[in-house]
Design a protein around this ligand. Structure first.
Ligand code: BT5
Length: 268
């Protein structure tokens, strides 16, 4: 694999314009998972805004126990710690914040990304990034919330496709879309800066402006979709997200289903 310009704390800090996110910034060569590394730091009392980045992950995590392919030296793997004061059911909104921040950062490079519920960032209908929100709770309170993002930045497409198998056909990288290598330090700084802004917005005004911005970029609403989860799958039409960020899908009999974690495939 061709390694690109290495990540550096100095390089990231140069572009950082944040009040909270990244006030503590850790950069590792290799970790199991940046989310897991940050969880350990959170247990030791890390402050809100602490960020962990790594050049590679041995066990990058997707949702529902899936893997996130995390080759070394070419992509972005970043996790940020929040200590919000709201109930766990509001946590999905934070994965929207990550998607919006990543979308803003990508947009600065040129392409206009779309978001596919709940956490996929798409360019040209292919996945360039995914986010993972993980919470530790105490009673009905969130003790800490860890927001991870993985972005395919400069990974060569053949490498991505070989690693992902059939799913590789639905994945791409920013370099492949733009036809040039992307500066990962600048991208990391831009992502963290936008994340800070969206998180501040959430703190000040609650979930509504986040959901409104997210809806503008959402590609599922109005589309026919197949829902596949633990139970029996079904087909229907996506009609939007509710106030907690859950997807609403109407089946052919007009019954609305609240979709929490299931897999969604666009049918048309
Ligand atoms: C996600 O899961 O999209 C969340 C990915 C979050 C990764 C970040 S990296 C930093 C932080 N630390 C972690 O350990 N994780 C976070 P999900 O929607 O479940 O998508 C996973 C599925 O996407 C897999 O089953 C594959 O099919 C596909 N996939 C895996 N690696 C990929 C990649 N690099 N690019 C595109 N698709 C990928």
């Amino acid at each position: 694999m061709i390694a690109t310009e290495p990540l550096s704390v100095e390089g990231i800090r140069r572009g950082l314009q944040t009040s909270t996110v990244g006030r503590q910034l850790y950069l590792f060569g290799e970790v199991q998972s940046t989310n897991a590394a940050l969880r350990n730091l959170a247990r030791e009392g890390a402050v809100e805004g602490t960020a962990v980045l790594a050049e590679s992950q041995r066990a990058g995590r997707g949702r529902l126990g899936r893997e996130w392919f995390s080759p070394s030296g070419v992509n972005l793997y970043a996790s940020v710690l929040f200590r919000p004061h709201f109930a766990p059911r509001q946590a999905p909104c934070f994965s929207f914040i990550a998607s919006l921040a990543a979308a803003d950062a990508v947009k600065e490079l040129g392409p206009s990304p779309a978001i596919k519920w709940p956490n996929d960032l798409l360019v040209d209908r292919k996945k360039v990034a995914g986010s993972l929100v993980e919470c530790a709770t105490r009673g009905n309170e969130i003790e800490c919330l860890i927001l991870g993002i993985g972005v395919n930045v400069n990974v060569p497409l053949p490498v991505l496709r070989a690693a992902l198998g059939p799913a590789g056909a639905n994945a791409t990288s920013l370099a492949a879309v733009l036809g040039r290598e992307v500066d990962r330090n600048a991208l990391a700084a831009s992502y963290l800066t936008h994340l800070d802004a969206w998180a501040r917005r959430h703190k000040a005004d609650g979930p509504e402006p986040i959901l409104a911005a997210w809806r503008e970029r959402d590609i599922l609403t109005g589309r026919r979709v197949a829902v596949r989860g633990e139970g029996k799958g079904f087909e229907g039409r996506a009609v939007g997200v509710d106030g907690d960020g859950h997807l609403l899908v109407e089946d052919p009999r007009g019954q609305r289903h609240v979709v929490l974690t299931e897999e969604i495939r666009i049918l048309e």
